[in-house]
Write a protein of this length. Structure first.
Length: 347
C-alpha cells in the first residue's frame, strides 16, 4: 500500500470543512488523521475515521502527524503556524498566510531553520480556467501579452456577521480574494515593478473593503486584478489580449460550489468547467472558437504536497510566494490610502 501523508487539520469552519478536509481525504496521497475544532460533533459525523480533539495542544501531542493544516481566522495564522513549526511539523496555512509580509517572512525563515515546509494554500493555481489560460499563454498562441484582467466578482449585497467582514481580523476582499488574484498573476508574469490600488466599502454597513481594483505595472503590459461583492451579472473571469489573439472566460471555476454541495473529487462531473472563447488571426481574418476548459484539480495541491514531503519532489508553491503576496497586499493598502502608485521591491 502506498504511503500516505498523515495530516492534522486545525479549524473546521468554512475553509476547513469545505476545502481542506475533503481534499485531504480524497487526494489519494494524504490521510485526514486528526481534526482540532470546537465543532467536534459535526467533524465526528463528517469524518468518523478521524480523531477529533478540541484544541491545538491535543493535536500537537499526537506524534504520528507529518503535516498540520491551519484553516482558522486570518488573525490567528501567525501564532498557530509558529507553534506548529516549533513542534517540527510541516505546515499548510490557508490564505492569507499572515496579516503582514514581515510575519510571512518570519515564518519562512523559521521553517528553514527547522528544516520543515511552510506552505501557503494557493489552491486556485488548480482552477480549471487558470490551468487552461496558463497553457494557452505558455503555447505562445496569444503572442506577447499586452493586457490581462482577472476578476473575482460576486453578488452578496448583505453583510453577514462573521469575522471575514471584520477589518481588524484580516477580513474584506483584499485579504480574502486578493491572495488568489495576486498569486495567479505572479505565476503567469512574475513580480511587477509597480502597484496601484483602489479599495472601497460599497455595501451598507461594510466594515472592510468589498471592492478592490489593483493594477500591476510591467514594462510591456498592464495587469488588472478586480473583485467586487456587488456584481449581479455573470462576470468575465479572465480577459487576455496579446499580439496574436485574445482569450475570454466567464464565470468562476466550479470546484468551490461543488464542494459546498457535497460533490467530491473523483465524481464524474467534479471540476468540469464550461468552455472559454479564443480569438485568433487565421489567414488575416479573425477566427472565434470555443476553447475547452481543463478540469479543475484542487486535490493536486495535496497530492503534490505528499509527493514533496514523502519523496522529496519539488512542490510548486513556495513559502516565498506567500511573502510576495503579502508584500503586494501591504503596498496595495498604502496605495489606496495615499493615492500613489508604489514601487515594488523584494523581501
Amino acid at each position: 500500500m502506498k504511503a500516505q501523508l498523515k495530516v492534522g487539520l486545525i479549524g473546521y469552519g468554512y475553509a476547513g470543512a469545505t476545502f481542506h478536509a475533503p481534499l485531504i481525504e480524497y487526494s489519494g496521497s494524504t490521510a485526514l488523521t486528526v481534526i482540532a475544532t470546537t465543532q467536534t460533533g459535526k467533524a465526528k459525523i463528517d469524518y468518523p475515521t478521524a480523531l477529533v480533539v478540541s484544541n491545538i495542544d491535543q493535536l500537537l501531542a499526537i506524534d504520528e502527524l507529518d503535516c498540520i493544516v491551519i484553516a482558522t481566522p486570518n488573525d490567528t495564522h501567525f501564532d498557530l503556524a509558529y507553534k506548529v513549526l516549533n513542534s517540527g511539523r510541516h505546515v499548510v496555512v490557508d490564505k492569507p498566510v499572515t496579516l503582514t509580509a514581515d510575519e510571512a517572512k518570519t515564518l519562512t525563515e523559521f521553517a528553514a531553520q527547522k528544516n520543515v515546509a511552510f506552505v501557503p494554500f494557493h489552491n486556485r493555481r488548480w482552477d480549471g480556467d487558470f490551468l487552461t489560460l496558463q497553457a494557452l499563454i505558455g503555447s505562445g498562441k496569444l503572442g506577447r501579452i499586452t493586457h490581462f484582467e482577472s476578476h473575482f466578482d460576486r453578488f452578496r449585497p448583505d453583510v453577514p456577521q462573521r469575522w471575514r467582514e471584520e477589518s481588524e481580523r484580516g477580513g474584506g476582499l483584499l485579504f480574502d480574494l486578493g491572495p488568489h488574484l495576486i498569486d495567479q498573476a505572479l505565476v503567469l508574469f512574475g513580480m511587477p515593478e509597480t502597484i496601484s490600488a483602489t479599495l472601497k466599502h460599497h455595501r451598507d454597513r461594510a466594515a472592510a473593503p468589498d471592492y478592490i481594483h489593483l493594477q500591476l505595472g510591467y514594462p510591456d503590459k498592464e495587469i488588472i486584478l478586480h473583485a467586487s461583492a456587488l456584481s449581479a451579472i455573470v462576470p468575465a473571469r479572465f480577459i487576455v489580449h496579446g499580439t496574436q489573439g485574445s482569450y475570454l472566460k466567464t464565470g468562476l471555476d466550479v470546484q468551490e460550489d461543488q464542494l459546498k454541495s457535497g460533490l467530491r473529487p473523483g465524481d464524474a462531473t467534479f471540476g468540469v468547467n464550461p468552455a472559454g472563447l479564443w480569438s485568433e488571426l487565421v489567414d488575416h481574418r479573425l477566427s472565434n472558437t470555443a476553447l475547452s476548459t481543463q478540469d479543475g484539480a484542487y486535490v493536486e495541491f495535496y497530492r503534490l504536497l505528499a509527493q514533496s514531503i514523502l519523496d522529496g519532489a519539488r512542490f510548486p508553491v513556495a513559502a516565498q510566494d506567500g511573502v510576495n503576496v503579502m508584500m503586494l497586499i501591504e503596498l496595495a493598502m498604502q496605495s489606496a490610502s495615499d493615492g500613489q502608485r508604489k514601487s515594488v521591491g523584494t523581501m
